[in-house]
Design a protein around this ligand. Structure first.
Ligand code: GLC
Length: 448
C-alpha cells in the first residue's frame, strides 16, 4: 500500500514538475488563437512616413548619428505638407499587393506623432505644415477594406526632454541618477499608447527601439497588460524586451528556419525604410518574389516596406514592385495564404510549403528546369500533380521503389515549358495523407 502511495506521489510530483501548468497552457492556446490571422496572412506592408521624407534623409538616425544637426532635421517639419495624401490609394495598393495587413509608423525615433496626440507637442497636427492628424484617415480606410491594422511605435524618443539619449554623442542624463525624470517619460509613453489603443484599437503593435533600455525600465510587462486589457487580441512584435509574440528579423532573410513559431522578416524595396530619392538600389521583382517564397518555405511572413514622399505620394518603383508581387500572389494564392513551412532541402532542391492539413506539398521553381523535377524520401503515395494557377495536370513517375525496402523511391515530375510562370512556377503534389518523410540513410539488399 505504502509502495503505491509513494509511486502515486512520485507520479504526481513528476507531472507537476514537467507538465505545463493550466495557466501556461491557457496562455499558449490564447496566443495560438490570436496569432491565427497573422499566421495565415503571409504578407504585410510596412510604411515609413515622416518628416525625414522632406530632405530624403534616413529616418531619425540622420540626426542621431550626427549626419545632420538636430535643428536642421527638425526644420523638415516646415516642409512636410501631406498635400497629395490619399489614404484610399495607399490602401488600394496594399490590397493589390496581396497583403492582408499593414503597419504604419505612428511615431518613429524622432518623436513626431502622426496622430493628434495630447501627450506631447510634437505631432504632424501641431508641428508640421500638414497641420492634421494623418493616422485617423489611414486607419479608417484600412478598416473599410477589411485589412488588419498595425501600428509601429518607437518606445524610445530621442526628441523628448525626459528621454535619456538625444544623439549618439549627447546624453541628457542617466536613469539611475534621476528615476523621477525617467518615470515622467514612462508615463508619457503610457499616455500615448493609451491614446493609440483607444482611438485605433489596432490589431498589431510593432514596437521598436527597445534595445536602449531594459524590460523593467520600459515597464514592458505592464505596458503589454495595459494594452491587452481593452484590446485583448492585439498581437505584439518582439521588440519589447521579451514580452512580444513573434520574432522580427530585419533585412537579411534567415538561412535556417527561425526557432520561433511565429516570425516576420521586415525588408525594404531599395535599401531605405523612408523616402530617399538617392537610393536607387531597388530589388527586382524576381528578387522580391524569391525572398517572399523563401519566407513562406520557412513558415514566416514578409513585411515589405515602402516610403512615401512628404506630400503623401508613393514612388513609382515601389508601386510597380507591389503590383507585380500582387499579380503573382493572385495567381498562386492557394500556395500562399494558409500555407505552413515545407520540407527540408535534402528532399527537394528548392522552396517548399505544405497546406494546413499537410497533404499538399507545394514546390516552387525559381528556375527553368533542365529536366524532370525530383522529390526524394516521400513515404506517401502521390495521387496527383498539377501546376498552381494554371490547372494543368502533370505526368509523374516513381523510380527506385522496391517492395522489400522501406526507402521510398524518387518522384520525378515532367514540367513542360508551356506551363512555366515567367517568375516562379509552383507545382502542387497531392499526397495520400499528411506528408511523411523517410529519415534513414538507405538499406542494403537482403532479399531479391
Ligand atoms: C530599425 C531602425 C528603424 C526602422 C526599423 C524597421 O530598427 O531603428 O529605423 O524603422 O528598423 O524595422
Amino acid at each position: 500500500m505504502k509502495r503505491y502511495a509513494a509511486l502515486f506521489l512520485g507520479l504526481t510530483l513528476t507531472t507537476a514538475l514537467f507538465m505545463p501548468t493550466n495557466a501556461q497552457t491557457e496562455a499558449d492556446s490564447l496566443k495560438a488563437a490570436r496569432m491565427q490571422w497573422f499566421e495565415n496572412a503571409k504578407l504585410g506592408i510596412f510604411i515609413h512616413w515622416g518628416i525625414y521624407a522632406v530632405r530624403g534623409v534616413s529616418e531619425s538616425w540622420s540626426f542621431y548619428n550626427n549626419y545632420l544637426p538636430y535643428e536642421e532635421y527638425m526644420q523638415q517639419c516646415k516642409g512636410f505638407t501631406a498635400k497629395k495624401y490619399q489614404p484610399e490609394e495607399w490602401v488600394n495598393l496594399i490590397k493589390e499587393s496581396g497583403a492582408q495587413y499593414a503597419v504604419l509608423t505612428s511615431k518613429h525615433h524622432d518623436g513626431v506623432a502622426l496622430w493628434d496626440t495630447k501627450a506631447g507637442n510634437l505631432s504632424t497636427r501641431k508641428s508640421t505644415a500638414a497641420r492634421r492628424d494623418l493616422l485617423t484617415p489611414f486607419a479608417k480606410e484600412m478598416r473599410k477594406a477589411g485589412l488588419h491594422l498595425g501600428l509601429y511605435y518607437s518606445l524610445l524618443d530621442w526628441s523628448h526632454q525626459d528621454y535619456p539619449n538625444h544623439t549618439k554623442t549627447e546624453v541628457r542624463y542617466r536613469i539611475k541618477d534621476d528615476p523621477e525624470r525617467w518615470q515622467r517619460f514612462v508615463d508619457f509613453n503610457k499616455k500615448q499608447l493609451t491614446e493609440l489603443n483607444e482611438q485605433f484599437r489596432p490589431d498589431l503593435y510593432w514596437f521598436d527601439g527597445d534595445w536602449e533600455q531594459t524590460a523593467s525600465d520600459w515597464h514592458a510587462e505592464e505596458l503589454v497588460k495595459m494594452l491587452r486589457k481593452s484590446n485583448p487580441n492585439v498581437i505584439i512584435n518582439s521588440r519589447i524586451q521579451g514580452y512580444g509574440d513573434y520574432a522580427t528579423p530585419e533585412q537579411g532573410i534567415p538561412v535556417r528556419k527561425p526557432a520561433d513559431r511565429w516570425w516576420e522578416l521586415c525588408q525594404t524595396i531599395n535599401d531605405s525604410w523612408g523616402y530617399q530619392p538617392n537610393d536607387r538600389n531597388f530589388k527586382t521583382n524576381y528578387q522580391l518574389l524569391r525572398t517572399f517564397v523563401d519566407c513562406l518555405s520557412m513558415g514566416g511572413n514578409l513585411l515589405l516596406d515602402f516610403g512615401p514622399r512628404e506630400d503623401g505620394t508613393i514612388p513609382q518603383e515601389e508601386i510597380d514592385a507591389l503590383r507585380h508581387l500582387g499579380k503573382w500572389i493572385k495567381k498562386h494564392k492557394e500556395a500562399v495564404y494558409e500555407t505552413r513551412a515545407g520540407i527540408p532541402t535534402n528532399y527537394f532542391q528548392g522552396y517548399t510549403t505544405l497546406n494546413k492539413s499537410g497533404d499538399i506539398l507545394y514546390l516552387y521553381l525559381p528556375y527553368r528546369p533542365n529536366g524532370q523535377v525530383e522529390v526524394k524520401g516521400l513515404v506517401n503515395k502521390v495521387n496527383r500533380v498539377w501546376v498552381v494557377g494554371n490547372g494543368t495536370m502533370l505526368p509523374y513517375k516513381i523510380y527506385n521503389k522496391n517492395y522489400w525496402s522501406e526507402v521510398p523511391g524518387n518522384l520525378y515530375i515532367d514540367v513542360p515549358d508551356s506551363v512555366l510562370d515567367p517568375d516562379i512556377t509552383v507545382l502542387a503534389v497531392l499526397l495520400e495523407g499528411p506528408a511523411k518523410l523517410y529519415q534513414g540513410s538507405g538499406q542494403v539488399i537482403s532479399v531479391n
